[in-house]
Design a protein around this ligand. Structure first.
Ligand SMILES: [Zn+2]
Length: 190
C-alpha cells in the first residue's frame, strides 16, 4: 500500500519542504513514520543561532561535573550535567545542542581542566633525616619545591621552612598522612 505523509515541523507546526537533509528527533517509542518528529530548516537555523555560547563555567563536586552556560542572547542554563568527550573534543550536555556549541564548550572545558590540573601534585617524596623531615614535589604545571623541611603542628597544620602556596600545603598534608600511616605499619611489622 502506498501512502503519503505530510511533512510538518514538530516545533512550529508548519508544513515544510525538506532540503537535502531531513531533521528529526530521536524517538525510540516511534513505531511508524507518522510518529517521527520532524524539524523544519527554519527551526534548525533558529536553534543553531540561539546556541551561541558567550561563556561557560565548569564545576566538579563529588566527581559530578556540571556546567553553567550563558548564551549570547542572554539566556542562562545552570548546573547542567555534562560529559566531555576527548575523542571528539566535544562536551555533551543534558539538552540537545548543536555540534558547534559542543565544540565551543570543549574548548572552555579544556582550558579550565588544564588550569586546575596545573595545581595538582604530580609527585611528592618525603625524606626523613635526623630531626628533619622534608618533601620534594612537583605540580603538573611544573611548579617545583626541593627538599623543603616541614613539621605538622598539634593543630594539624603544615609549617614549612619556606613559603609554600596553600593548594600545595593541603596536598602535602594529605600525602604525609598516608606516608606516616604506611611507616607506622612497617614499624609494627618489625
Ligand atoms: Zn519549524
Amino acid at each position: 500500500m502506498i501512502r503519503t505523509l505530510d511533512i510538518v515541523c514538530s516545533e512550529c507546526g508548519e508544513a515544510f519542504v525538506p532540503g537535502e537533509k531531513l531533521y528529526y528527533r530521536d524517538n525510540y517509542m516511534a513505531t511508524s513514520i507518522r510518529d517521527t518528529k520532524f524539524i523544519c530548516p527554519a527551526c534548525i537555523a533558529k536553534w543553531e543561532a540561539k546556541w551561541q555560547i558567550k561563556d561557560a563555567s565548569f564545576n566538579e563536586k563529588d566527581y559530578v561535573l556540571t556546567v553553567d552556560i550563558e548564551l549570547e542572547d542572554g539566556s542562562f542554563y545552570e548546573h547542567m550535567d555534562c560529559t566531555p568527550l576527548d575523542e571528539t573534543e566535544t562536551v555533551v550536555v543534558g539538552e540537545d545542542i548543536p555540534v558547534a556549541a559542543q565544540r565551543r564548550l570543549y574548548e572552555i572545558y579544556a582550558a579550565w581542566d588544564r588550569e586546575r590540573k596545573a595545581h595538582y601534585l604530580k609527585d611528592c617524596i618525603f625524606t626523613d633525616e635526623f630531626m628533619r623531615t622534608s618533601f620534594t614535589c612537583e605540580t603538573y604545571g611544573g611548579e617545583k619545591f626541593d627538599n623543603v623541611a616541614f613539621r605538622v603542628t598539634m593543630r594539624g597544620e603544615l609549617q614549612t621552612e619556606i613559603p609554600v602556596p596553600d593548594y600545595i600545603k593541603k596536598q602535602i598534608l594529605e600525602a604525609y598522612k598516608l606516608y606516616e600511616a604506611q611507616n607506622m605499619d612497617e614499624t609494627i611489622e618489625d
